[in-house]
Design a protein around this ligand. Sequence first.
Ligand SMILES: C[S@@+](CC[C@H](N)C(=O)[O-])C[C@H]1O[C@@H](n2cnc3c(N)ncnc32)[C@H](O)[C@@H]1O
Length: 246
Amino acid sequence: MDPALVARLAAEELPKARNADDAVKRVKRRLHQAVGAFTSGTRMAADAWPVEDPEALPAACLAVMRRHASTRERLEHLESFYPGIWRHTGVPRSILDLGCGLGPLALPWMGVGDARYVATDVDEGAIAVVRSFLEAIGQPHRVETRDLVDGAPEEEADVGLLLKLVTTLDRQHREAASHLLQGLRTRHAVVSFAARSLGGRGGGRVRTYRERLERLATDSGRVRAIEEASVPNELVFVLALEPHDG
Ligand SMILES: C[S@@+](CC[C@H](N)C(=O)[O-])C[C@H]1O[C@@H](n2cnc3c(N)ncnc32)[C@H](O)[C@@H]1O
């Protein structure tokens, strides 16, 4: 785990805690909220990926992605997920994947060739797996353990992916998501929300997420247009951004 995240949460919870034990409990709860979904213990050395075998590689990616709760939810729609986004952005030559989890392991389904891939997360376990994978397949890349509440990476890219990230950041800092969007040096940002059932009883949640998206767009002050690329269990918005002003 990025020590900066632990330090930030400890600083926020300490003043509210009754005693040291309570403080530890509070920080653990917050950490679990932020990164708890990843099944730790997944370790992959770069030479463990079956890169020479075109059939075994996607199978290995699927097996590892199943270990990340939120990435797993996307697997049944993987074939259409990224092409549906690129329809609005064009196929990117460079991608910033923010709060990536194990998302970069979907590269065999992305169809982006040798695009540069920058992946960041606060979870060092996920980052280690992603690093070994990107190295193994020879993708031009940079990976970084980073607390996104402190802001966006300075790197420029065609597309910034904020997949299922906004609700996670909202629990950590009220303005983190809009600051992140303001600081992004990308032409498009893709913001998604998990919605296990988008029809029926999921309707209320969908409305809440749409409102959250609209507010985020307004607060960031740089969204030119919003298009949708949702799949049955994930609400996906593609935001066209005004150029970064710095
Ligand atoms: C719901 S998961 C989404 C993972 C991935 N984007 C996907 O859609 O499969 C949220 C991710 O955000 C990361 N995260 C949580 N708080 C963060 C922070 N402050 N800075 C960077 N990443 C964070 C978690 O470690 C986790 O990987």
